[in-house]
Design a protein around this ligand. Sequence first.
Ligand SMILES: Cc1ncc(COP(=O)(O)O)c(C=O)c1O
Length: 430
Amino acid sequence: MSNSRYQRSTEFLNHAESRIPLGSQTFSKSRTQYPVGISPLFMHKAKGCHTWDIDGNKYIDLVSSLASVTLGYQNPAVNTAVRKQLGMGTIFSLPGKLEYEVAEKIVDLVPSAELVRFGKNGSDATSAAIRIARAYTGRTIVAVCGYHGWQDWFIGSTSRNKGVPKEISDLTKTFAFNNLQSLSEIFKSNSGNVAAVILEPMNSTWPIEGFLSEIRRMCSENGTLLIFDETITGFRFAKGGAQELFNIIPDLTTLGKGLANGLPLSAVVGKREIMGEMSEIFFSCTFGGELLSLAAANEVLRMYQQEDITDRLTVAGELLSELTNEEIVKHNLHEVLSLSGHPTWKFLNWRDHESATALEIKTYFMQECFREGILVLGTHNVTTKHTKKIVKEIAKAYSKIFAKIAMKLKSNQLIDSLEVEPLVPLFKVR
Ligand SMILES: Cc1ncc(COP(=O)(O)O)c(C=O)c1O
């Protein structure tokens, strides 16, 4: 069934899929996440915290391009820096000085950073970190916890592992967040052969007391490198990322989404001695020193250094969480919905109800949010443009939507109110 509000999106999907598998370059932006018929599928423009779809509908954007935008779309200072660089060249035949300038700023901000190398995607950085760890330790096994990108070494350990040789998948062992026992077992059964432990220092839940410090200790004791994947948490949880917030210093860190306010840049950083392996391994890409992203990062990082950006993100996220929780209580929805995680990257956790499954409720929630002009997937990815006024607008829309959810669940009508088939379970790594 097609809703006329999304007519152009829905029609364009057919064109896009005739040339582009899934019609999207990013899994999380594809129709696998946005049910066709009740969702915008293609965007046309974005500014501040707003985005417009190709049907002309306007949304408050809580996805923030998968948390890659922290300062709002089209941040004027970042745009000016990018335009200036555009007039000087987007890439050179030899490295530009900007690489050094941006590296200096990262070293200033991120506690574990002594040396820096750039990539384009988070997956470049995590894969480089794993290669360094294997080179440095001469070992093969890696322990993972969270999402670390599309490359064989990680995705082979998930249920979406088609195309990855078993020999590769077998080298990656998954442990559970806040479960030290699960990591201990990996150390025990691969004694002397664990090259790296890589984890998101936090995603949907806070680390319990001693979790990160004990992992730090276990890694040091076993001669294993500790890698924090701060692709999302970097420059979001604190100026220096989650490692600053929790005061645990990893050996290597990967950074990405917070670096250049939506321009493609990632980095692997770490201790001088370990990063020295970079001269011996092969990590090299044509666009690694591309200058528009570096110009953006130079300005973004200057703002992180000189302004209270992360505090502002936290304040906005806290207010949104507080008002959302008030609405959950007001509509008696706490059995089906709870929030978890850091205020700047808050997860919405849906649970089954006797009259509808979690995915059915989530699909209905998305249907109604999109109708009300709120673009939200599974998390609140706030930016500095999510002002108090905007947050109150979101809460007002939630109030209306939560009232409907509560009423429909009670009267057993939620499933009948779905205008499309509900979302189906996808591979889950968090
Ligand atoms: C924690 C984390 N690590 C790595 C990645 C991979 O980054 P990219 O999609 O830029 O390759 C992501 C992307 O969502 C991520 O959230």
